[in-house]
Design a protein around this ligand. Structure first.
Ligand code: URA
Length: 219
């Protein structure tokens, strides 16, 4: 796997990451969603450098500009619900992309420290020969990313696969690196040290879904 950890180079991206982590600033849910979206836009811009390009002749009012444009058929797939702001950020730039949505959640049976990923709702176009971008803002264990990828298999074989995350735990990064093909790319804004016993990233930011959309009733 080719891992692109964008915070290895200090840029304006770090400002947005610091705001989603900050326990005071993150309480403003509109700002939290918008910051995730801005991070998605930056990840998208970096990812776009790895796409395939071709020259188009664009007619301006005064002449013709030879412009190099990407030629990938992109499908953006996100996991509900925390993935929605990241999805919007990616879609702001890849505005012609097709879209897939999946609901995947952790089901704790008896032991609160162990869980399985349950996939329920899934809406997806054909993936055959396309560029699949799988987005999950918090790459904790990596199991949701893998469960989603497995659930998408009946929809066709993508030409290439890109994973996009905002914050990951080293364990999750190592897991996806071992499970996905070597030519898969991971685009990630920050990688943290560890996970706590409930599977939350430490230091992380807390629960991305709750911060974006409000607390849920635990069932
Ligand atoms: N999901 C979250 O929202 N936060 C984490 O730290 C891990 C998974």
């Amino acid at each position: 796997m080719q891992i692109h950890n964008l915070s290895e180079t200090p840029t304006i991206l770090n400002t947005f990451i610091s705001e989603i982590r900050d326990k005071t600033i993150q309480k403003d849910s509109m700002r939290f969603r918008r910051n995730i979206e801005r991070i998605g836009e930056i990840l998208c811009y970096e990812l776009s450098k790895s796409l395939q390009f071709e020259t188009h002749n664009i007619e301006t009012p005064l002449g013709v500009s030879n412009t190099v444009l990407h030629k990938n058929n992109i499908v953006l797939c996100s996991i509900l619900r925390a993935g929605v702001p990241l999805h919007n950020g990616l879609l702001n730039y890849f505005d012609a992309a097709e879209n897939a949505f999946i609901s995947a959640y952790r089901q704790h049976k008896h032991d609160p420290e162990s869980f399985e990923i349950v996939v329920e709702y899934l809406a997806c176009p054909s993936l055959e020969g396309k560029t699949l971008i799988l987005a999950d803002p918090m790459l904790a264990t990596g199991q949701s990313m893998l469960a989603t990828f497995e659930a998408l298999k009946p929809f066709g074989t993508p030409k290439e696969v890109h994973l996009v995350s905002v914050i990951g735990a080293q364990k999750g990064v190592d897991f996806v690196a071992s499970e996905f093909d070597t030519n898969t790319h991971l685009w990630i804004a920050a990688v943290d040290e560890t996970l706590n016993d409930k599977g939350y990233i430490i230091p992380g930011l807390g629960d991305a879904g709750d911060l974006a959309f409000g607390n849920k009733l635990q069932q």
